[in-house]
Design a protein around this ligand. Structure first.
Ligand SMILES: NC(=O)c1ccc[n+]([C@@H]2O[C@H](COP(=O)([O-])OP(=O)(O)OC[C@H]3O[C@@H](n4cnc5c(N)ncnc54)[C@H](OP(=O)(O)O)[C@@H]3O)[C@@H](O)[C@H]2O)c1
Length: 256
């Protein structure tokens, strides 16, 4: 696979680092010259990685092209480029639909959307892909979980679910703050909660049973877990979460 990246920022760096670390098969990687520092850092890691002279140079030396510029400049950057019928385009650009990307890359053979997350660098990224695609799966499956859907509404919903990162860290901070109020030093609280949540996340990988079944296993009748979950449910915590995701979905779909 000869793969090019238009836009060498945070997410391209994470994907390329993951590709090297987890032995994704590739012949060449071509990087667009911006950001120059990131491109030079990646090129220094592997002899198969080179920085193109221009974005067009990247296209001309690639068969698979990943689009990784920010949405605001996508039309200008892509509008200046000549895509070819051999190009297999994988767009990471948030909020640009398959139809919008197809209009920008015209002659390309195929257009796919993917939403890789920074954790792909550590082989722990969940990447949503739409529509199902052998090349995107070959690229992202070794970097964590590759989840393919054919329906763009479902893809948008999976993209919306990636808005939960800050809220997840905020929940940890809330728990840490509570522990600090009980006199536990912040460093100890942080260390404890980090390991505790890694353990919980690991449990989800051991089986494919619904999360609701895991709630059941953890909820001994009249036990402490059963009580906390019930109190949060009764106060509407989870219902509010779904409403907040609805608002994110409206933005992802460009309705707000
Ligand atoms: N970060 C994430 O977690 C994530 C996850 C999934 C999808 N995405 C999507 O991936 C895309 C990139 O996100 P990012 O976080 O990687 O953004 P980023 O770090 O800002 O990277 C974008 C890169 O584009 C470069 N650039 C600017 N003008 C350019 C041009 N004319 N030609 C080529 N490259 C140019 C920038 O270079 P300079 O630094 O020199 O300006 C920058 O390095 C976005 O559309 C985003 O929605 C991001």
């Amino acid at each position: 696979m000869r793969i090019g990246f238009i836009g060498t920022g945070t997410i391209t760096e994470a994907v390329v680092n993951g590709m090297i670390r987890f032995d994704v098969p590739f012949e060449r990687v071509a990087l667009s010259p911006r950001n120059a520092q990131t491109a030079a850092r990646l090129a220094a890691r592997d002899a198969r990685i080179a920085v193109g002279a221009s974005n067009q140079d990247v296209l001309d030396s690639s068969d698979v092209v990943c689009l990784a510029v920010v949405p605001q400049i996508a039309a200008d950057v892509l509008g200046e480029l000549t895509f070819d019928a051999r190009h297999h385009v994988i767009s990471f650009i948030a909020g640009k639909s398959l139809d919008e990307i197809r209009a920008l890359v015209r002659r390309s053979a195929r257009v796919v959307r993917a939403v890789p997350l920074p954790a792909v660098a550590a082989g722990k990224g969940s990447t949503a892909i739409c529509p199902r695609d052998d090349i995107a799966r070959t690229l992202f499956a070794p970097l964590g979980e590759a989840v393919e859907v054919d329906d763009e509404h479902q893809f948008n919903a999976l993209s919306a679910a990636t808005a939960t990162m800050a809220a997840f860290f905020a929940l940890l901070e809330e728990q840490a703050s509570w522990l600090v109020k009980q006199g536990v030093p912040y460093a100890s609280a942080r260390s404890f909660l980090s390991g505790y949540h890694v353990g919980l996340a690991h449990e989800t990988t051991l089986d494919t049973e619904p999360f609701s079944a895991m709630v059941g296993h953890a909820s001994t009748p009249r036990g402490l877990n059963e009580q906390l979950n019930r109190e949060l449910s009764e106060r509407g915590t989870y219902a509010h979460y779904a409403q907040a995701l609805d608002a994110i979905m409206r933005r992802v779909q460009g309705r707000e």
